[in-house]
Design a protein around this ligand. Structure first.
Ligand code: SF4
Length: 238
């Protein structure tokens, strides 16, 4: 996508990679989860750099998302290095949008070519995390600490699913844990929406403005810088 205002700061080129390590019922792009899809195609790094270069004067940066971008971390690293070397694209910020489910070795390489990462934290409690993603969160928590220590953690995003991951004790524990990260990251509380979701997520409640305010206030009590973000809605002509 050559133009995005919702995949990081400013006006960005957004690249969505195929394949994910999680299988979230609440995923808004479930077609990106499988390793291959009829809609996906293999694109050479040089072709992407040339496409970014064409629109670079109008961009703030590029965000590589998914699926889970770090499943193809070697290609992402090669792309970022190529963008950094090309005079037409070198000034663009290079960000990764990630579920955080990656080994430390992946970040040690990507940290040399990316400016930062935006990490989803679906739940601090590993059991709740499994309900929301199908997997535990040990690698996610380690990634958040690791990226912060490397000064590559741009933000932590919490998807607020009412009645699932927003109980008072979970918000307290999450606020305390995030406040212990060094340096403490900016936090975004993002409301769950049904659009595109599957399975049991169809029965989960959508987050209201009041839900987001409650979560943001609970986290702010730990000194966190919390922004609220509702997923955009569009009016569709039928
Ligand atoms: S981590 Fe993101 S892309 Fe992967 S299944 Fe969950 S919501 Fe979808």
């Amino acid at each position: 996508m050559r133009s995005s205002y919702v995949d990081g700061p400013g006006h960005r080129y957004a690249l969505f990679l195929q394949g994910c390590t999680f299988n979230c019922p609440g995923c808004h792009n479930p077609h990106t989860i499988a390793p291959r899809s009829p809609d996906a195609r293999d694109v050479p790094v040089a072709e992407i750099v040339a496409d970014v270069a064409e629109v670079a004067p109008f961009l703030t940066g590029i965000t590589v998302s998914g699926g889970e971008a770090t499943l193809q971390w070697e290609a992402v690293h090669a792309l970022f290095e190529a963008l950094a070397l090309d005079p037409a694209t070198s000034r663009l910020t290079r960000l990764v949008d990630t579920n955080g489910d990656a080994e430390a070795g992946v970040w040690s390489v990507l940290a040399t070519s990316m400016h930062g990462a935006m990490v989803d934290l679906k739940a601090l409690d590993p059991h709740v995390h499994r309900v929301l993603t199908g997997r535990t969160n040990d690698r996610v928590l380690r990634s958040i600490r690791d990226l912060a220590a490397r000064r590559r953690l741009d933000e932590v995003r919490l998807l607020v699913v009412p009645g699932v991951n927003d109980t008072a004790d979970q918000i307290d524990a999450t606020g305390r844990w995030l406040a212990s990260i060094d340096p403490v990251p900016p936090v975004v509380a993002q409301g769950f929406r049904h659009h595109g979701t599957r399975l049991r997520a169809r029965a989960w409640a959508e987050a209201t403005t009041r839900d987001l305010e409650r979560v943001a206030d609970g986290l702010a009590a730990y000194g966190l810088d919390v922004r609220r973000r509702s997923l955009p809605e569009v009016a569709v002509a039928v």
